[in-house]
Design a binder for this molecule. Sequence first.
Ligand code: CU
Length: 146
Amino acid sequence: MKIYKPIIFISIMTILFGTNPAFSASAIKLYKSPTCGCCEKYVDYLRANDFAVTAVNESDMSAIKKKYGMDHAASCHTALIGGYVIEGHVSVGAINKLLKEKPDIVGISAPGMPQNSPGMGEMKKGTLTIYAVPKYGKSSYVFSVE
Ligand SMILES: [Cu+2]
């Protein structure tokens, strides 16, 4: 019977941690208009990249952008993760860079709806510019090119 113990232990660990998004994925809250199709596709993209997305439908998105300081770099959806705001179709690479480097900014944005961004269309490496949005309404600057 002893030989089965490690197998049982591993199975329990898998059940507890392997399939639980709270342990395996980063939690991100995303506000979007209920009729936004590309927002849905972006949620799918985040989920496919192991983010635990809580999608919230919001009819007044411009109020959300104002509240979170993204009204001058606005796109369709607005997401919150680790104390930062992620505006629009930002690639996972840029989000991870932000969470790793932890700059003292509001967040990052892909303003507008770039065709070559995740959830919009096919990404071509080196063509999608992500902007850093500083605090106190200062102008955005290039954060990364994805
Ligand atoms: Cu969009």
